[in-house]
Design a protein around this ligand. Structure first.
Ligand SMILES: Cc1cc2nc3c(=O)[nH]c(=O)nc-3n(C[C@H](O)[C@H](O)[C@H](O)COP(=O)(O)OP(=O)(O)OC[C@H]3O[C@@H](n4cnc5c(N)ncnc54)[C@H](O)[C@@H]3O)c2cc1C
Length: 393
């Protein structure tokens, strides 16, 4: 850092990663500036209160973690309710519990005994020409694509009704054209348990994520509506801090010099329903058939059912998430991580590793599908590294 620099660190992006890192560095006595290109803080976890309902503007976000340090950290900035995620699937009007568990198998085949469910799944796996994942170590043939991989793990009924259509919509490709490696395992529970996550800690900040991120950034300089990659801003910003941490897209940072990485987009359509106390009985319903154009419907008031002011009204807000192609300039929601993009990312990573004043973090900086707790854990590690390198300068 030079005498003219007002800040030790410039953090680009005020999402869960950038805000966590900003807090951790500030707590260690560093001077931090956060810039954000959107007009609001919080990145994709941004929530907004509309008619007393906490709306998850960029898709439903449920905080879940097994990491105690991360849980303690977020609890400094918000009180979490006890929301448990129990989504279900709607397949052409038939409802199935998720994740796949004894409730799903009862709904699908009318069985109540775990051994009967195991036997049905196993029979279907064998009939499809695979050896089965539990009973036999050796598969009779190797799954050549995602479709075969899924069938080799859960059989044809679950695949056809609950995996195929949803996955094809989400990725914009047929399952038979997607690599088997996208699915390594499919959790199947032979017990009655609709809790989507296995983690010890789970919940939603009672006042929403925006309020939580705002508390995290308390006392830190934050400027919204500033695109760091805009040449004019960049010239100015590069002089205000000794080190830049970039949590936007790594390919965009390098001007897509090796070509863009592949991402999937999403389009959200929200609707306010008057005179409707409740549209559906839970927060998230996935539409798993190929024909329904949306992936899921979120009814936001269920996230904060514990807050009476949002659940007692006869107004509700729902959002349909539609799959979307991504092109440079759009918000990148999911890294596709196929072979081409993976190779390309490694080339960008080599450029990143040669930088001494810039580092990358978060979901887009690392081109990885990270959950919220993952990016906070990453921010914790990065803060430690950055402080160490600052002390040795
Ligand atoms: C639909 C959906 C649902 C999800 N649900 C869950 C869930 O239930 N539970 C869970 O744990 N995780 C969930 N996730 C993952 C979660 O959203 C991410 O882990 C988290 O948001 C990553 O935070 P981040 O800070 O890395 O990225 P982001 O939130 O994307 O933040 C990056 C920020 O950088 C800003 N930025 C980018 N480029 C620039 C630039 N040039 N100049 C200035 N600012 C810039 C962006 O505007 C953005 O605000 C979900 C993700 C999606 C897409």
């Amino acid at each position: 850092m030079t005498a003219s620099q007002k800040y030790d660190f410039l953090i680009v992006g005020s999402g869960m990663y950038g805000a966590s890192l900003a807090r951790l560095l500030t707590d260690c006595g560093c001077r931090v500036l956060v810039v954000e290109k959107r007009e609001h803080i919080a990145g994709n976890v941004y929530t907004e209160f509309i008619d007393g309902i906490c709306v998850h503007v960029y898709g439903p976000h449920i905080f879940h973690t097994d990491n105690e340090s991360v849980w303690n950290f977020v609890n400094r900035f918000a009180r979490f309710n006890e929301f448990i995620n129990q989504p279900c699937a709607n397949y052409h009007g038939e409802f199935y519990s998720l994740p796949f568990n004894m409730n799903t198998f009862r709904e699908m085949w009318g069985v109540t005994d775990p051994d009967e469910a195991r036997a049905i799944i196993y029979e279907q796996i064998i009939a499809a020409g695979f050896g089965g994942s539990e009973e036999s170590e050796e598969a009779s043939r190797q799954p050549a694509n995602l479709e075969e991989q899924a069938i080799s793990l859960v059989g044809t009924d679950i695949y056809n009704k609950l995996i195929k259509g949803y996955t094809e919509k989400q990725w914009g490709k047929r399952c038979s054209e997607l690599p088997a490696s996208i699915i390594r395992r499919i959790p199947v529970r032979y017990e009655y348990n609709n809790n989507y996550f296995d983690d010890r800690y789970q919940g939603i900040p009672e006042k929403g994520y925006t309020e939580m991120i705002s508390c995290m950034l308390d006392g830190i300089d934050v400027k919204t509506g500033i695109d760091y990659l805009d040449a004019e801003y960049r010239k100015m910003l590069d002089n205000v801090a000794g080190h830049v941490v970039f949590s936007g897209q790594i390919d965009e940072f390098y001007g897509y010099c090796y070509g863009p990485l592949e991402y999937r987009g999403l389009r959200f359509e929200s609707e306010r329903l008057d005179s409707t106390h409740q549209f559906q009985d839970r927060a998230v319903v996935n539409y798993t058939d190929r024909e329904t154009p949306w992936l899921r419907i979120t009814e936001h008031k269920h996230f904060t059912d514990f807050a009476p002011e949002s659940s007692d009204t006869d107004i509700t807000i729902i959002t349909r998430d539609y799959p979307a192609e991504w092109k440079p300039g759009d918000i990148a929601f999911y890294p596709v991580n196929d072979e081409v993009s993976r190779d390309r990312y490694l080339r960008y990573l080599a450029l990143a590793e040669a930088e001494d004043r810039v580092s990358f973090g978060g979901r887009l900086g690392c081109y990885r599908y990270y959950d919220m707790d993952d990016v906070i854990a990453e921010a914790m590690d990065d803060a430690e590294e950055l402080i160490k390198s600052r002390c040795s300068d």
